[in-house]
Design a binder for this molecule. Structure first.
Ligand SMILES: Cc1ncc(COP(=O)(O)O)c(C=O)c1O
Length: 391
């Protein structure tokens, strides 16, 4: 495992690298946007896929017991979530799972609540399924986001919310929600009969001082309200294999999910994804530990750089995720021009906060899961943009 090796990912249909020109309007942009790491995959994953290519015929397959065992063990060991085979549903992606949950637990026109800001497809998945999206703005306290429970309760009541989609930990702010916050949220869900979808795709990318809690584990009654979505794809950088899993502990909820999955064939995942997921969860812990060390070191490089070189720029120290969320309002550029401005002046491709919802409007998101040389290059490019506007 060599996290300092720079890998040429151009011409590999990489969204991060090969779509950069289209998204940022220039071919010389350093792409540090979409949540995809510029690190090679763990050896056991590559070995499992290589073995398959060399030794097998790529016909129809079914999920083997060993895959379910790997998922159960992972959830049990890393998330304090005793999980049996019958609690696991496979799904091509966390976003497909959100779509399935929306169809399973709500009707067209129903109201779904999400945070603001939050990962943009939460909005689009609900919206494309013709449900009504409501947003509850996060409070900004001591440089971190926190939930506004008064607003959540008001909207649960007034807007007759049927479902809440939570990013746990939070993308883009990197918050690891506390046990207390999660209990308050699920208690409100219970009170107003709201299904909580806890998207935990970033929950294995948590820094040493924090523990990510799955709300479903906090009380036996929560299994009737919480569905957990997870995947090995973010942690192990295998998003291209399109395989994820849903954890569900209530029979009625499970039946509803299975019905939609079967109606849409969204219960079938591909062979490569199954093999890669199993090899990741069952055999790649050493790589995972080393990754967290590398990301923690990169997080320090980023915060040190901002403290030293851009000391008046407000940012959030991520408690989890390799995403760094900073406020670019000092530039005085229109929020909807920020992405283009960073690309044109700094030659760097970042996600713009406005796409995460109105509350994210002046922020930018940097993906720091890259070798150190690229990271330093990217940080200098960001500084160029701030320097340009302070002249
Ligand atoms: C919070 C969150 N959920 C879901 C996804 C995408 O999941 P998938 O590729 O499994 O659909 C991402 C990707 O960045 C994410 O950040």
């Amino acid at each position: 495992m060599d996290f300092e090796k720079t890998i040429d990912r151009k011409q590999t249909s990489s969204v991060k690298w090969d779509r950069a020109e289209k998204i940022f309007g220039s071919s010389d942009v350093l792409p540090m946007w979409v949540a995809d790491m510029d690190f090679d995959n763990a050896r056991p994953i590559k070995d499992a896929l290589r073995k398959m290519i060399d030794d097998e015929v790529l016909g129809y397959t079914f999920p083997p017991d060993s895959l379910f065992t790997a998922i159960s063990n992972w959830q049990n060991t890393n998330h304090n979530m005793p999980t049996k085979r019958e609690n696991i549903l496979l799904s091509p992606g966390v976003l497909s799972s959100i779509a399935v949950a929306v169809q399973a637990f709500t009707d067209p026109g129903d109201s779904v609540l999400i945070h603001d800001p939050v990962y943009p497809p939460f909005f689009s998945m609900v919206n494309k399924n013709e449900r009504q999206v409501y947003r509850t703005p996060l409070n900004l306290e001591n440089g971190q986001y926190s939930m506004d429970f008064d607003d959540i309760e008001r909207q649960f009541k007034d807007e007759h919310i049927k479902m809440f989609v939570l990013s746990n930990p939070h993308n883009p702010g990197g918050r690891v929600w506390s046990e207390n916050e999660l209990i308050q949220l699920v208690e409100l869900c219970k009170k107003y009969s709201v299904i909580l979808i806890s998207d935990e795709i970033h929950s294995d990318l948590v820094y040493s001082e924090n523990t990510c809690v799955s709300p479903v584990t906090l009380d036996a009654s929560y299994k009737d309200w919480v569905i957990t979505l997870h995947s090995a794809t973010k942690t192990f950088n295998i998003a291209g294999v399109k395989t994820s899993f849903i954890l569900v502990f209530n029979e009625d909820l499970k039946e509803k999910l299975v019905k939609v999955q079967e109606e849409t064939e969204l219960d079938i995942v591909n062979t490569f994804g199954m093999r890669a997921t199993e090899a990741a969860l069952a055999e790649s812990s050493e790589w995972h530990v080393a990754l967290l060390e590398k990301l923690e070191a990169n997080r320090s490089i980023v915060t040190d750089f901002f403290d030293k070189e851009l000391s008046d720029v407000v940012y959030m120290v991520p408690e989890a995720t390799y995403l760094f969320w900073f406020d670019a309002s000092r530039l005085g550029v229109d929020n909807d021009k920020l992405r283009e401005t960073f690309a044109r002046i700094g030659k760097i491709g970042l996600n713009d906060g406005v796409s995460y919802g109105p509350s994210g409007k002046s922020y930018m998101r940097l993906n720091f899961a890259v070798p150190q040389s690229l990271l330093i290059d990217g940080l200098k490019r960001i500084k160029t943009v701030f320097d340009h506007y302070s002249k």
